[in-house]
Design a protein around this ligand. Structure first.
Ligand code: HEM
Ligand code: HEM
Length: 203
């Protein structure tokens, strides 16, 4: 699992032939790519993998799922700020000005998708944190959580491929396959479950 969602993007990152940048910029890029890849992995760390994980392992997987969510959602929420952070150490345009220019570049579809993905991820994070306080049933929350995840991942993947400096062909294909795999697995879980209900079982 970690080999696929951490090892593979790292390998592809190391294989790209882009000119090296400062250690700070490269570290921020690697952190963003790993954080995003772990978001794609979230689809496999839930009851979606019930068939391949024994009960004990499913509990463990869910613990990792929550931990990844609580650590890497905030990191990705900070990603637009992290992009301009190295400017504090460079001459030229002021970081604050660069940030405002970045998030108001509405002519760029990539930036607009980034802003939409950011908002969806924010809602996903807040509704996860407050899931026990929301006036809805757990199962309803879980479906909303699943639908939000699909919308978020579709838009964020498109955004990353459009704007990402490291999103060469190999990386883009890798991210797209992981995203499609996760979404299809979740949809399969939903479809199988509803056909079971039609068939008379309640599970
Ligand atoms: C921020 C902290 C997060 C917490 C506390 C959290 C918690 C949970 C919980 C409790 C479940 C139910 C698992 C089950 O019954 O098997 C779940 C399922 C799921 N989560 Fe998260 N999650 C978080 C973030 C994320 C993120 C960022 C994504 C996607 C990128 C995501 C995608 C999913 C998916 C696809 C499911 C399966 C939904 C379903 O079974 O209907 N989660 N999550
Ligand atoms: C306000 C919202 C956002 C803005 C303005 C923004 C802006 C950008 C920009 C300018 C880049 C290109 C930077 C570079 O490659 O050096 C980029 C890349 C990227 N973004 Fe965003 N983004 C936003 C939200 C998001 C969100 C919510 C996610 C995912 C959860 C995300 C994931 C990525 C990834 C994975 C890359 C590729 C990094 C790389 O190739 O090195 N972005 N973003």
């Amino acid at each position: 699992m970690s080999l696929t969602f951490i090892g593979l993007p790292l390998l592809l990152w190391s294989l790209n032939d882009l000119p090296q940048r400062t250690a700070l910029k490269d570290s921020i890029s690697v952190l963003t790519i790993i954080a995003f890849s772990l978001m794609l992995g979230q689809f496999f760390l839930a009851r979606t993998s019930k068939n391949i994980l024994k009960d004990y392992n499913l509990t463990k997987a869910l613990k990792i799922h929550k931990l990844i969510g609580y650590i890497f959602v905030p990191i990705l929420l900070a990603h637009p700020f992290l992009i301009i952070f190295p400017r504090y150490f460079e001459a030229g345009i002021e970081p604050k000005e660069a940030f405002i220019t970045l998030i108001t570049t509405f002519e760029s579809p990539g930036v607009i998708l980034g802003i939409i993905a950011w908002c969806l991820m924010f809602i996903l994070g807040v509704t996860s944190l407050l899931r026990n306080k929301l006036p809805i049933k757990y199962k309803t929350w879980r479906v909303i959580h699943g639908i939000l995840s699909i919308m978020f991942i579709l838009i964020a993947t498109r955004h990353a491929i459009m704007l990402g400096r490291h999103m060469d062909r190999a990386m883009s294909i890798c991210m797209s396959i992981m995203a499609a795999g996760g979404i299809l697995l979740l949809l399969k879980t939903y479809i199988l479950k509803s056909s079971k209900i039609e068939g008379g079982t309640n599970e």
